[in-house]
Design a protein. Structure first.
Length: 182
């Protein structure tokens, strides 16, 4: 639970690399949070906000004490934070759905496999970011690619993805988000 004067966001994260997309977004927006890594094997012991947040006690999950909003699922959390801050998620329908389709496509990928990397590479050889400007789509996929055990070797056949990854991993918010405890 957020304490008075402290972060207003509680973030429940699994120990998974893809969860880092959320910590990247929070860092990019300068939002403080209290990270609560739940023990998924003891769901009966979960704090009430998480235990009632989703039917399967799913994580990642976010509780925003400022707005009273509870959200679970990485893509939904990224979308919520984009809407809350007005950053990294376009408001115009074309731009918005260009971003969201990449976020939701990533949600179906447990890891960055060769088929996904091939699709990403074809796009990223033509432009700097997945959907126009730097967005939550880039954050979602960046965390997934960063979670690849040996991403340097894995990315060699994908020059567009490799160049994109190298550019983005040097952003201050990305560095802080990737280093965050999750």
């Amino acid at each position: 639970m957020a304490q008075r004067g402290g972060p207003t966001i509680d973030l429940y994260l699994p120990p998974a690399p893809a969860a880092r997309s959320i910590t990247i977004m929070l860092a990019e927006c300068g939002l403080a949070c209290a990270v609560q890594p739940p023990d998924a094997t003891h769901t009966a012991d979960l704090e009430p906000p998480l235990a009632t947040l989703s039917r399967d006690h799913g994580v990642p999950a976010l509780v925003d004490h400022e707005t009273g909003v509870h959200v679970f699922d990485g893509g939904a959390i990224l979308q919520y934070l984009g809407e809350k801050t007005g950053r990294f998620l376009p408001v115009d329908p074309d731009g918005r759905y260009a971003v969201l389709q990449w976020v939701y496509w990533q949600a179906g990928a447990d890891q960055a496999d060769l088929a996904h990397l091939g699709v990403l590479d074809a796009i990223l050889q033509q432009r700097e970011h997945l959907a126009g400007d730097y967005s939550i789509a880039d954050m979602a996929w960046l965390a997934t690619v960063a979670g690849t055990a040996d991403h340097a070797r894995t990315l060699q056949p994908f020059p567009g993805v490799h160049a994109w990854f190298e550019r983005l991993r040097h952003r201050a918010g990305v560095r802080r988000g990737l280093d965050a405890r999750a």
